[in-house]
Each structure stands twice: as structure tokens, then as C-alpha cells.
Write a protein that binds this ligand. Structure first.
Ligand SMILES: [Zn+2]
Length: 223
């Protein structure tokens, strides 16, 4: 990368080898590019982020496409994205309707993503190289929920792995970004299709990490 770099951790564990076997297809690449906010933002995805090497799962673009594939196709009957159905089905629609510009930047090392309103979302190194594929879908869903008008509204609980101060949500019932992300991971664990049992288990663990650390009032359950 021209301005920042990171090496990809174990791509079997992260799901990048699994999903990477599917995304290298121009039909999928065109669909993701035009559906999830990449279009018009080529300048943010070239220069080492993968635009000219879009099947290379060592690079941010293909690692984001892996997440787009999981987001789009993890429901058995993925074609039905009616909001009356399961979140595993409509998450792709929610992201599609709320992220209008998706841009890649370095961030400050551990940063994962940020939402700026107006449909603008930035992804950073921490998203591609610190999270597995279902975790990256969680990020897309989380940031989409911010774009949907739900900012964080509480401080993290004492001892949270996410730090201290603002950035948490009050409760599960607030239906904020953390709830949306955890709910997606829950569905992916419970009913995910076109994935593996190992990735589903990782989604469960990540979902529980969010449940235990991102709500001022613990939801009172686990996945
Ligand atoms: Zn957030």
C-alpha cells in the first residue's frame, strides 16, 4: 500500500480463503461495486488498496468483497430481503439503503470504521486485518445503523474491552449500531448458509463480546 500497510493474518481462520474462492467473479464484483457504495470512489480503493488486484485477499478491496458476499448470500433464501423477515435476509438491504459512499483509508492503526452521515462510511486497516469476514459484515451493519440515524448514546461499561467513555449504547432495546451488529452475528451463527461451522462459531463469539462490552446495561443474555 502506498500510505499504510498490514499483513493478513491466518486467512483460513478469518474466512478469507473460504469466501475468496467465490468472490473472484466479475458478476459478483460488479454487483458489490455498484450496490454497496464503492461506485464513484475508485480513487479511495486504488493505490494499494486493491482496485487493480480485486481477487487478492491480502488486500482491503477483496477482503471487503468477502464481507459483501457474506452479507448478500448468508441467508438460505437470500433473494427475500423483506424487512418483515429475518435480519439475516434484510441486512444486505439495510446496508444497501444506507451506505452510499464506501471509502478505504488507513485510519490510525486500530481504527475499524467511521460513519459521517449522508451515507458516507470509511473503513480502516482494523476492519480488514483485525476482523474476520463475519466481523467485517458486523462493521458494515453497524455503520449502516449510524447512517440510519442511531448514534451511540452511552459510555462503555466498566472494564469494557472497547475502552472507556462514549461509544456504547444504553440498552439492547435502543436498537443501536451495536445491537444491529450483534443481532446480525447471532443470525449468522444460528442460520448462516454458504459458510462454515467454524466461521459461525467465530460469529457467535464476536456477538457475545459485543453483548458483554458495548451496552451500558448488559442485555442479560448471550448467544
Ligand atoms: Zn459505532
Amino acid at each position: 500500500m502506498t500510505t499504510c500497510s498490514a499483513s493478513a493474518p491466518d486467512k483460513n481462520a478469518s474466512g478469507d480463503n473460504f469466501y475468496g474462492a467465490s468472490i473472484c467473479n466479475q458478476t459478483y464484483i460488479d454487483y458489490f461495486w455498484n450496490t454497496y457504495g464503492f461506485a464513484g470512489n475508485k480513487e479511495y480503493w486504488d493505490d494499494g488498496f486493491g482496485w487493480d488486484d480485486s481477487c487478492n485477499t491480502d488486500l482491503p478491496l477483496a477482503r471487503t468483497f468477502n464481507a459483501c458476499y457474506a452479507l448478500t448470500y448468508s441467508a438460505e433464501n437470500w433473494q427475500n430481503d423483506d424487512y418483515a423477515g429475518a435480519m439475516l435476509n434484510w441486512a444486505r438491504r439495510y446496508v444497501r439503503e444506507h451506505i452510499k459512499n464506501l471509502r478505504a483509508k488507513c485510519g490510525n492503526g486500530g481504527a475499524i470504521a467511521a460513519s459521517f452521515g449522508g451515507g458516507l462510511v470509511e473503513l480502516y486497516l482494523g476492519c480488514w486485518f483485525g476482523k474476520d469476514v463475519p466481523g467485517r459484515v458486523e462493521t458494515l451493519v453497524h455503520e449502516s445503523r449510524h447512517e440510519g440515524g442511531k448514534p451511540h448514546n452511552a459510555n462503555f461499561p466498566a472494564g469494557s474491552v472497547f475502552g472507556s467513555g462514549g461509544g456504547a449504547d444504553t440498552t439492547w432495546a435502543y436498537e443501536g449500531a451495536w445491537m444491529y451488529g450483534a443481532l446480525y452475528l447471532w443470525w449468522y451463527f444460528a442460520q448462516g448458509a454458504r459458510t462454515t461451522s467454524a466461521l459461525r462459531e467465530r460469529a457467535r463469539q464476536r456477538g457475545n463480546l459485543v453483548i458483554d462490552n458495548a451496552f451500558a446495561t448488559h442485555p442479560g443474555f448471550s448467544i
